[in-house]
Design a protein around this ligand. Structure first.
Ligand SMILES: NC(=O)C1=CN([C@@H]2O[C@H](COP(=O)(O)OP(=O)(O)OC[C@H]3O[C@@H](n4cnc5c(N)ncnc54)[C@H](O)[C@@H]3O)[C@@H](O)[C@H]2O)C=CC1
Ligand SMILES: O=C(O)/C=C/C=C(\O)C(=O)O
Length: 480
C-alpha cells in the first residue's frame, strides 16, 4: 500500500494529526494507499519552515535558483515512466496520455520558469532628464499553491515553479483525490538538493488543510486552480487579509465551427477538445456550435470518430477514455446526463456507465456522451459538467453564435474553426474568453497569459504574468 507523507522542511514526515485518508484507484474503485489528513498544525509547521528558508532562498541569484529548478525538470524527465504510471493510477487517465501530456508538461513547467527568471527584467521610466524611476520586484514571501485533481502534476508544478523561480518559498497542497505524483515530486526535490523549507508539500483535504493555508497570516499570496464555488469561498476568506490571489476556475467553453472550416481537422480536434482526459480539463469545449449548412455532415463525422474511442483500463495501450476521477464525480456527471434528458436533449451517443471487465469491473467509467436539441440557455448548456458530455447546437449567423457563446457565467477559453481570417479575428475579439484558439485547441506556449474572464477566474498565470504575481513591485525614484 502506498503511504504518502508530507514534505516538510526538507524531510518526508507523517502528519502531526496522525490521521490518514484513503486513496482510491478510480479504474478499480479500490483503496490502494493512504494520504496524510493534515490540519492547521501541519500547515503552521510548513509556514514556519518556509519563513526560515526564505532569506537564503531569495538571496540566491536567479541563475542559481534556476539551476536547481532545471535539475528538478531533468529528474522529472528521467522518471517519466514511474510518474506517468502513478498519475494514471491515481487519476484514472490513460497511461498513454500521462506519458505524452501530464509528465512532460510538468518537466516543461520547471524548465521554463527555471530559465525564465533569468530573463525577468525590471522596468525603468525616464522623466525628461528630471528623474528616473526603476521598479524592483521583490518576492512576495511565503505563498500558498493549491491545485486540483484533473491534471495533478501538470497544474501543481505550473504554480510552484514560478513562485520558486522568483525567490518565494512555498506551502503547497495537491488535491487529496490525486496526491501521488506530488509525493513523488517531493522525493525528486530532495534528490535535486532543493534547500530544506523552500518547498513544503502538505497533503490533506480542502476544509482542514487547504483552508488552513488560505487563513494562515504568514501566507502572502495564494495561487489556486479548481472549482468556481471553491474559488469564491477562498476569495471570501483571503480578501479581508489583503492577500494576493490568482484564481483559475471553471469553464463552459464554446467550440464554434463555421461552414468554411477545414472540416476533417475540426472534427478530429473536436473529439480531443470534447473528451481528452474524460472531458476533465477546464479548457475542454463542451458546447459545440455548428453552422447550419454543415451541421448534419459534422454530426455524422463526429459520431463516426467517436465510435472509435475506446473506454477501458487506463493501463492498456488501446484505451483512449479512462475512468472518471471518483465515484462522487461519476455520479455528478450522470446526474447532468439525466438533467439533459429532462431538458429535452436528444441523446446521440453514450449516456451510460461502462462496465470494463476484469480488474476494472468496479471502476468509474462513463461512455463519451453527445446531446443535441437543447436550448443554449438550459442548465446543461450553462453549468460546468467537467466530464465527457457535450452538446451540439446549430447556428445561422455570427451574431447569433456570439450571443449563445457568450451567454454563460464563464469565460475561460473558446475555439473557432474558419478559413476566413477576418472573421476569425472579429469573432475572437468579440468572445468573452481569456483564451481563444483559432483552428486548433490546447496549443500552449508557456509565455502567454493564461486565465479566464467572468466566473472563470481572477488574474492570469503563465510567463511574465506568473512572475509578476509572485512578486511585489517597488518603485524607486531618483532625481537626476
Ligand atoms: N480547473 C478546473 O476548472 C477544475 C474544476 N473543477 C470543478 O470543481 C468541481 C468540484 O471539484 P472538487 O474536487 O471539489 O474541486 P475543488 O475546487 O474543491 O478542489 C480543488 C482544490 O481545492 C482544495 N480545496 C477545497 N476546499 C478548499 C478550501 N475551503 N480552502 C482551500 N482549498 C480548498 C481541494 O482540496 C483541492 O486541492 C468539479 O466537479 C469541477 O466542476 C474541479 C477541478 C478542477
Ligand atoms: O496550462 C494549461 O495548459 C492547462 C491548464 C488547465 C487547467 O487549468 C485545468 O484544466 O484546470
Amino acid at each position: 500500500m502506498l503511504q504518502i507523507q508530507n514534505y516538510l522542511n526538507g524531510q518526508l514526515v507523517p502528519p502531526l494529526t496522525s490521521r490518514y485518508l484513503d486513496n482510491v484507484e478510480p479504474a478499480t474503485g479500490q483503496v490502494y494507499g493512504l494520504i496524510p489528513d493534515s490540519g492547521p498544525d501541519d500547515v503552521a509547521a510548513a509556514v514556519a519552515a518556509a519563513e526560515a528558508a526564505l532569506p537564503a532562498w531569495r538571496a540566491l541569484s536567479a541563475e542559481d535558483r534556476g539551476r536547481l529548478l532545471v535539475r528538478i525538470a531533468d529528474l522529472i524527465d528521467a522518471n517519466l515512466e514511474r510518474l506517468a504510471e502513478a498519475e494514471s493510477r491515481d487519476n484514472g487517465k490513460p497511461l498513454s496520455l500521462a506519458r505524452v501530456m501530464d509528465i512532460p508538461r510538468a518537466a516543461s513547467n520547471f524548465h521554463f520558469f527555471g530559465t525564465a527568471a533569468g530573463h525577468f527584467a525590471t522596468e525603468a521610466h525616464v522623466q525628461d532628464g528630471v528623474a528616473v524611476n526603476y521598479t524592483v520586484r521583490h518576492p512576495v514571501g511565503v505563498v500558498g499553491c493549491i491545485s486540483p485533481w484533473n491534471l495533478p502534476l501538470y497544474l501543481f508544478t505550473w504554480k510552484i515553479a514560478p513562485a520558486l523561480a522568483v525567490g518565494c518559498c512555498v506551502v503547497a497542497k495537491p488535491s487529496e483525490i490525486t496526491p501521488a505524483t506530488a509525493f513523488l515530486l517531493s522525493e525528486l526535490c530532495i534528490e535535486a538538493g532543493l534547500p530544506a523549507g523552500v518547498l513544503n508539500i502538505i497533503h490533506g483535504n480542502g476544509p482542514n488543510c487547504g483552508q488552513a493555508i488560505v487563513e494562515h497570516p504568514g501566507i502572502k499570496a495564494i495561487s489556486f486552480t479548481g472549482g468556481t464555488a471553491t474559488g469564491r469561498h477562498l476569495a471570501r476568506t483571503a480578501a479581508p487579509m489583503f492577500k494576493k490571489l490568482s484564481l483559475e476556475l471553471g469553464g463552459k467553453n464554446p467550440n464554434i465551427i463555421f461552414a468554411d472550416c477545414d472540416l476533417a481537422t475540426a472534427v478530429r480536434t473536436s473529439i480531443r477538445s470534447s473528451f481528452a482526459n474524460q472531458g476533465q480539463i477546464c479548457l475542454c469545449g463542451s458546447r459545440l456550435f455548428i453552422e447550419r449548412p454543415i451541421y448534419e455532415q459534422f454530426k455524422a463525422e463526429f459520431l463516426q470518430q467517436l465510435a472509435e474511442q475506446r473506454v477501458g483500463d487506463p493501463q492498456e495501450a488501446s484505451t483512449t477514455q479512462g475512468a472518471l476521477v471518483s465515484e462522487a464525480h461519476l455520479h455528478k456527471v450522470l446526474a447532468y446526463i439525466e438533467l439533459a434528458k429532462e431538458e429535452g436533449g436528444r441523446l446521440l451517443a453514450g449516456g451510460q456507465r461502462v462496465q470494463v471487465p476484469g480488474r476494472c469491473a468496479e471502476g468509474y467509467f462513463l461512455a463519451p456522451t453527445v446531446f443535441e436539441n437543447l436550448p443554449f440557455d438550459c442548465r446543461t448548456n450553462q453549468e460546468e459538467i467537467f466530464g465527457p458530455v457535450v452538446t451540439l447546437t446549430p447556428f445561422d449567423t455570427e451574431e447569433e453564435v456570439l450571443s449563445m457563446a457568450n451567454s454563460t457565467d464563464y469565460g475561460l477559453s473558446a475555439t473557432l474553426w474558419t478559413r476566413d481570417i477576418q472573421r476569425a479575428h472579429r469573432v475572437a475579439h468579440a468572445l468573452h474568453s481569456g483564451i481563444v484558439w483559432i483552428n486548433t485547441w490546447l496549443h500552449r506556449d508557456l509565455r502567454t497569459p493564461f486565465g479566464g474572464m467572468k466566473n472563470s477566474g481572477v488574474g492570469r498565470e503563465g510567463g511574465l504574468e506568473a512572475l509578476r504575481f509572485f512578486t511585489e513591485a517597488q518603485n524607486v525614484c531618483v532625481k537626476l
